[in-house]
Write a protein that binds this ligand. Structure first.
Ligand SMILES: [Ca+2]
Ligand SMILES: [Ca+2]
Ligand SMILES: [Ca+2]
Ligand SMILES: [Ca+2]
Length: 187
């Protein structure tokens, strides 16, 4: 019981959760121009991103994890025959995940466990821009085929993103101490 109260105090003491709804803002076609959707701290949160895919378009979003997290994203497209793909990339430009069709119809979905604290990018583009080999080559989606032609996919999309963050035992203890100190100060 006492332990549970400490965790509650710790949760109240941490920064406000990012989350909710985000609408894409062009241009967001490179990692440097990525739309920042916020920082996620324990216990995590969820986020709905809404955007539009045009011919030759690629949309990049960045987020920051305050602690180790499990992460999931699945895409919903405005048309069941739309074919998009996604990548997840570290701040250093390492492509750590690619998916084409793991979701509904031709829609991509990615789940990653034990993502370290740090900043990451999620990119969405049209089929044919990059493929699964990009996890090895670190080729980033750029809206174009290798021939230089733009991809032809056009659709509206929603990205449903979820984070679950369990602080490491050390940081949880520190948060607990912070919560107790705040509680004492109020008396
Ligand atoms: Ca777009
Ligand atoms: Ca874009
Ligand atoms: Ca696909
Ligand atoms: Ca490409």
């Amino acid at each position: 019981m006492k332990y549970a109260l400490l965790i509650t105090a710790a949760a109240l003491a941490t920064t406000a959760q990012a989350g909710g709804f985000f609408s894409e803002m062009e241009s967001n076609d490179t990692l440097a121009l990525a739309n920042d959707v916020g920082t996620f701290d324990a216990p995590g949160g969820s986020l709905l991103i809404e955007g539009v895919m045009d011919v030759g378009d690629v949309d990049w979003f960045s987020f920051t994890l305050a602690d180790t997290a499990s992460f999931s994203v699945f895409a919903l497209f405005s048309s069941s025959d739309s074919d998009g793909l996604m990548q997840v990339v570290t701040e250093a430009g390492d492509v750590i995940a690619f998916d084409d069709d793991s979701g509904i119809d031709l829609m991509p979905a990615i789940q990653l466990a034990d993502l370290s604290a740090g900043t990451y990018f999620v990119g969405i583009s049209g089929f044919g821009d990059v493929d699964s080999s990009s996890v090895d080559t670190d080729e980033l989606a750029d809206g174009h085929f290798d021939t230089g032609e733009p991809h032809a996919e056009t659709f509206g999309y929603k990205l449903n993103i979820g984070f679950t963050i369990v602080p490491a035992p050390g940081s949880l203890a520190l948060c607990g101490i912070g919560g107790v100190m705040i509680a004492r100060r109020k008396r």
